[in-house]
Unconditional design. Structure first.
Length: 357
């Protein structure tokens, strides 16, 4: 976390995990990217000015649809726990009794109530001290912002699209291999305690079945193609010396259960912090849906041709749209370098130590 300092327009909005009105009790702010976000910091909703501002938000609640725009109130009053609840979509409250978030945003008690508008890349785009009429001005401003579903002209997504990484026959061999394997429901990483990552099933968020590529010959053939065709492009475009790869799995998103993967980043828990680039190689093209999109940048999703790869930083928020016809098969390794390999080793050792303790 960055040290507390006043935030200005153009600054990155600091990321945090804090207690929240969600059913699981916390919320990781980095997951809110890809929408216009309103942060309203206040000491207590018992303050009549704050109550009036929150009423204005509720009167305009149609704006906060959760997809294009999300509102977060941040209260430091423990008594607000009983008063303020989430109303989905798009309205949540952080329980900031310990002032973690308020301090992180550089706000002292005299600085609140205060508003921030945060853009889909989680950068500050406006900030105002509260006062008469300010809440309504915030709502009016939100109405004028462009919808996040259209990528503004000239905004590139920093991803690399490489056709012909796997030949058609090799794709077919991998699909045949998948068909012959026991597959498992693919999990999502979570951390109940810092440093202790575990994989859980969450079918509302991710519906995909995976198998590990265990055949030594096939593993070697996948690695050879990535070393020969992907690593040099990563070196050229991102000046990154890819020397390691992991998670040699084959995955299938099936239209029978609208296979998909919600918006996530690939490096936010300790067990995955060393991952630097995600490589998504489609093995077939006879399906509909299944596009990869990058909510921080907006716009339509991407679909590599069969045998083609989409390569992107593990730090970017990305999602896989539901497959609506047929099945999408993909090979999904992660790439990193020697320094990241040392980090992986250190994080594993630290996790093992806390497990024993
Ligand atoms: O299916 C894909 O192309 C991407 C999968 C993904 O994001 C992941 O496994 O972390
Ligand atoms: Fe991912």
């Amino acid at each position: 976390m960055s040290p507390a300092r006043p935030l200005f327009v153009g600054d990155p909005a600091p990321w945090f995990i804090q207690r929240c009105t969600t059913p699981f009790g916390t919320y990781s702010f980095d997951m809110a990217a890809g929408r216009h976000i309103v942060l309203f910091f206040f000491a207590s909703s018992a303050d009549p000015a704050v109550a009036a501002a929150l009423e204005t938000v509720m009167r305009n609640r149609a704006i906060m649809d959760g997809t294009n725009c999300h509102f977060f109130g941040i209260s430091t009053d423990p008594a607000d726990e009983a008063r303020l609840h989430e109303t989905l979509p798009g309205i949540r409250f952080f329980r900031d009794d310990d002032r973690k978030v308020t301090d992180l945003y550089g706000l002292s008690p005299g600085d609140v109530p205060r508003w921030f508008i945060i853009d889909p890349m989680l950068r500050v785009s406006a900030t105002w001290t509260d006062g008469p009429g300010v809440a309504q001005r915030m709502m009016d401003l939100l109405c004028r912002l462009p919808p996040v579903t259209t990528r503004p002209p000239g905004i590139p997504v920093p991803a690399l699209m490489l056709p012909d990484v796997f030949e058609p026959e090799f794709c077919q061999r991998l699909i045949a291999y998948y068909a012959a394997q026991e597959t498992r429901q693919s999990g999502v990483f979570t951390e109940r305690q810092p440093g202790q990552s575990l994989s859980v099933t969450d079918l509302g968020f991710k519906r995909r079945r995976d198998c590990t590529l265990a055949d030594r010959t096939l593993v070697g053939q996948v690695q050879a193609r990535i070393i020969r065709r992907v690593a040099p492009e990563i070196r050229k475009v991102f000046q990154f010396n890819a020397t390691q790869m992991e998670r040699l799995i084959l995955a299938c998103y099936d239209s029978s259960d609208r296979g998909c993967f919600g918006a996530h980043r690939d490096n936010t828990v300790a067990a995955a912090a060393h991952r630097r680039f995600a490589v998504s190689i489609n093995l077939n093209d006879d399906f509909e849906g299944g596009e990869l999109s990058f909510p921080e940048f907006g716009g339509p999703g991407f679909r590599p041709p069969a045998g083609g790869a989409l390569i992107f930083s593990c730090g970017l928020l990305h999602a896989v749209a539901p497959v609506t016809r047929g099945r999408r098969f993909a090979c999904l390794p992660f790439i990193y370098d020697d320094a990241a390999a040392a980090l992986k080793k250190a994080n594993r050792a630290a996790a093992a130590r806390t497990e024993i303790a």
